[in-house]
Write a protein that binds this ligand. Sequence first.
Ligand code: ZN
Length: 190
Amino acid sequence: MNNKLFSCFECGFPVAMLALDGRTIEYHPGYEVPIPVDFEMPTCTNCRKPYIDEELAKRLDPVLKKAFLRQQAAHFCKLVEWLKQKHNVTQIDIVRACGITPSHLSHILAGKRRASLTLSRLLEAFVKDEREFRRHVDGLPWRDILVFPPRHGKSALVSWSTGKPKLEQKWDQEQSDHTSLNINTSQDVA
Ligand SMILES: [Zn+2]
């Protein structure tokens, strides 16, 4: 092949400038973004491994960024909608629980701004751990934690101060003493 650039580090076949369908790249942790079909880049003719240098990355970035922001917005919309419906809260409640400004979340949901990995993981954690989300919405103190044993076995609540196991019902009662809201935690613990 006369347009061979070099040999693929993975399989040894020629690497050439190719425009291909079905290529993706992890633009941001957790986000696989499609590379446009007509975008030529050094690619292995056998295993399809793309080779991206600094100059190419600069040209590719504006193209991928749009697709990434759309993907991120869709993911965040789902997380926010889940929390709103599950807990009957507003977007402002979610913003406060995350410790961010309302406009920051609005920009992310509109596909105009990149969210930090920390915010992304916090919202995902809030969806998975309803109790921790409600604790922030209701402004409850950090006192007791739910711990999971390393392997099989039941999860348990332990007191943060004493490290001793606590009864589930007692914990729920103590939490509800701090708020006028009725917290439904019956399905939180497996
Ligand atoms: Zn290869």
